[in-house]
Design a protein around this ligand. Sequence first.
Ligand code: PBG
Length: 298
Amino acid sequence: MRIGTRGSRLALWQAHFVQEELSRHGIASELEIIKTQGDRVQHLGFDKLEGKGFFTKEIEDALLEGRIDCAVHSLKDLPTNQPEGLVLAALSYRASVEDVVLIHKDRATSGMPFSLPEGATIGTSSNRRKAILKDLHPGLLPVDIRGNVPTRMKKALSGELDAVVLAAAGLERLDLDLSEMTVVRTSPREFVPAPGQGVMAVQTREEDIEMRKKLSLLHHPIVGECTNVERTVLNLMQGGCSMPLGVYCEKDQLGNYHVWASYAPTASDPLRRVQVSQSTRAGLAERVVEELLSAPVA
Ligand SMILES: NCc1[nH]cc(CCC(=O)O)c1CC(=O)O
């Protein structure tokens, strides 16, 4: 089995993870590293990048052309509509779902939101993170950053920026040394993550029934249910990963679904927050979207 992946440390960790899961089921595989447009133009801000699927297109083409058998992605980087002929055959367990604020050790102040003083610079290129930061701590100065997870982490370590925001899942997978920084974990109910955050997805060809059967051994059904709600909200909002939208769904012990969502229509609008719970998934995403679009402006 040939597994396609990007070549970043995070992508390789994720591909190795899937490779190990497969080998536990007696399936041997090899990795095929594929460069994407997103890897080539590290200098451009996300707002300059046209179209969706910036980190996925070349890999999906390799899949469609039969050069690889499956591909591993971060679910949150995948557009909600799969390209014609491709399916997500497996979703991983959900690691840490939340975002983390990393602060240079001399710049942390107690008593302020995220332990950051007025005027502190905070690195993120995510419109979702910017909208939530503005809501929780309007005194911060968001600064656009690009590059892979270790590069971004180092901007707070070196003091080039006072802080950066990153997904906990990426930091944990790379096992980065955070001991020289102040680490503030956010709550996913307040600092609402991106749809699909913390989950890895394995993509394959729709027609490849054999492969789909093998990959289904790795699938986590409850993760599938919850991320399906999250991605349906994103799809109904007609958004991609640049939309300032957070959606997080949890299923509790009794089988009830709980969704937290946040959305800022434009950068100057106040953040809207919604919490919806239901005992079934039917109509849940629709209700979240309806409330997000009609929520009273705070
Ligand atoms: N957009 C980049 C990206 N895609 C997946 C992850 C981390 C893993 C995950 O959140 O699933 C990251 C880094 C980040 O947002 O800090």
